[in-house]
Design a protein around this ligand. Structure first.
Ligand code: S5P
Length: 256
């Protein structure tokens, strides 16, 4: 089995965010609750990741200095920032949520995501804010949790919505590739773990190999598998990076 390389697909994508990668298809899901821990994760794991995913609203002591420092670390280690905001409201509301409030997400987060649930206006609203800033959007076409309603027709229509907004929608959060490679959408898959199959709250884990090689995704998103209780986070980040990257090399037909 052979696929096009990330570099070939990035070169063909109209959104500048799809370009420029290092040899990692690992995103950390940095779900920690203090500024100190978040910045520490970004600095310590920065060398091993292509993307740093945040839930900024779980940080107890958020301030502007946090995003200033995080942005500096993104430059230092060459990763992008993805605020996993999962917008889900009407266009006008998400526009305000994306640009304003406490977090001013659009001002620092290179990528964010939304549920297609409310219909296409959600993309149009976010685009009004994000496009002038060169931001990119991911649609949640599927979810990793048990019993997710984002399946079947919902997933199919999500893809159609993305196709109508290719200037802003750079890809999907999904469990598998849903489009031809020639369409150049990037796939980000959470629910990745090498040691467990679930978390008791509905999360379901699959391996990097399954996600990248068998299901055709591009980026693995890993949280607790890297920094969960008792884990050596650098050792785990290296392990997931290696597992994700060797699956990618196998997919494009190179030996690891
Ligand atoms: O379907 C999804 C979509 C997302 S973005 N399932 C998910 O788990 N996520 C996010 O990925 C979730 O919010 C969390 O930040 C991360 C998974 O974390 P882990 O600790 O289970 O690896």
């Amino acid at each position: 089995m052979s696929s096009r390389t990330y570099a070939e697909r990035a070169a063909a994508h109209p959104n500048p965010l799809a370009k420029g990668r290092k040899k990692s298809n690992l995103s950390i899901a940095a779900d920690v609750s203090s500024k100190k821990e978040l910045l520490e994760l970004a600095d310590v794991l920065g060398p091993y990741i292509c993307l740093f995913k945040t839930h900024i609203d779980i940080v107890d002591d958020f301030d502007q200095d946090l995003v200033d420092q995080l942005s500096a670390l993104a430059l230092k280690h060459d990763f992008m920032i993805f605020e996993d905001r999962k917008f889900a409201d009407i266009g006008n509301t998400v526009k305000n949520q994306y640009s304003s409030g406490v977090y001013h997400i659009a001002s620092w987060s290179h990528i964010t995501n939304c549920h297609p649930l409310p219909g296409e206006g959600i993309i149009s609203g976010l685009k009004e804010v994000g496009l002038p800033l060169n931001r990119g959007l991911l649609l949640l076409a599927e979810m990793s949790s048990a019993g997710s309603l984002a399946t079947g027709e919902y997933t199919k229509i999500s893809v159609e919505m993305a196709r109508r907004h290719k200037d802003f929608v750079i890809g999907f959060v999904a469990g598998r590739r849903l489009t031809e490679e020639s369409e150049n959408f990037i796939y980000f898959t959470p629910g990745v773990g090498l040691d467990t199959t679930g978390d008791g709250l509905g999360q379901q884990y699959r391996t990097p190999r399954n996600v990248i090689l068998e299901c055709g995704s591009d980026v693995i998103i890993v949280g607790r598998g890297i920094y969960g209780p008792g884990k050596d986070r650098i050792a785990q980040a290296k392990r997931y990076r290696e597992a994700g990257w060797s699956a990618y090399l196998e997919k494009i037909g190179h030996s690891a």
